[in-house]
Design a protein around this ligand. Structure first.
Ligand SMILES: Cc1cc2nc3c(=O)[nH]c(=O)nc-3n(C[C@H](O)[C@H](O)[C@H](O)COP(=O)(O)O)c2cc1C
Length: 211
């Protein structure tokens, strides 16, 4: 487990060194509002360099969260929860618990969102695990929900970074997250200061088999 974590940490560290994954010259990507789905998907990137001084309103974040509510969930269980830090002190407190690299890369992001899911519901029936995946279905639903969030954010002209490198116990304390919920990703929200490079994708035939 520790070895897996170290490998992931090393991979992220290497990623930070790639051109476009840290700071790079700003070319000022426009807001994507009114764009087609494909354009939104293509322009969404993990952004690790945010403009200073961006203001995001609660109404704008509510619109993102409302969009996530349209995502499918196990038996409509809707187990994902969001904790949205907008005040300077809460945002700063969260950034202290996402690792030095993530903190540096999200330095100017004005909003930090912590996603969780309620354990023991998605993938469960009458309190019993329905199949071998168990609470993995809660994580599955949470990822789907977050996918809606980051794409809607892009459509609104915002940018995001999903972060799995975070200290869940500290986040629980800061935000009052109960033990009945599993802390998942932290998502930064802001506006890009530079255009990130698109990391290469595998050849499609490596990830699909048709029968
Ligand atoms: C579950 C998950 C966890 C991630 N954790 C981090 C992280 O802690 N730090 C980081 O810089 N990027 C993180 N990423 C972003 C990925 O590195 C990124 O999505 C991938 O390199 C592809 O780049 P793209 O999002 O720009 O297409 C994470 C992504 C996911 C989906």
């Amino acid at each position: 487990m520790k070895r897996t974590f170290s490998l992931i940490a090393a991979a992220f560290a290497a990623l930070m060194l790639l051109p476009g994954c840290g700071s790079s010259p700003k070319s000022g990507a426009p807001a994507a509002s009114g764009s087609s789905f494909d354009e939104i998907v293509a322009s969404r990137r993990s952004v690790r360099d945010y403009q200073a001084g961006t203001t995001i309103t609660e109404a704008e974040v509510r619109a993102l969260i409302a969009t996530t509510q349209e995502a499918p969930t196990w038996a409509n269980s809707q187990t994902t929860r969001y904790y949205v830090a907008m005040s300077e002190d809460k945002v700063a407190a969260i950034k202290e618990h996402i690792g030095a690299g993530n903190a540096r890369n999200t330095a100017n992001a004005p909003v930090m969102i912590v996603s969780t899911f309620v354990k023991g519901q998605a993938g469960f029936g009458r309190g019993e695990q329905v199949n071998e995946v168990g609470d993995g279905w809660g994580a599955y639903d949470n990822g789907l929900s977050n996918a809606y969030l980051i794409l809607k954010a892009r459509e609104q002209g915002f940018d995001t970074l999903i972060m799995g490198m975070r200290e869940s116990d500290a986040l629980r304390q800061i935000l009052g997250i109960p033990q009945t919920e599993q802390v998942m990703a932290v998502i930064s929200l802001g506006k890009r200061a530079s255009d990130p490079r698109r990391p290469d994708r595998k050849p499609i035939d490596e990830i699909v088999k048709f029968f």
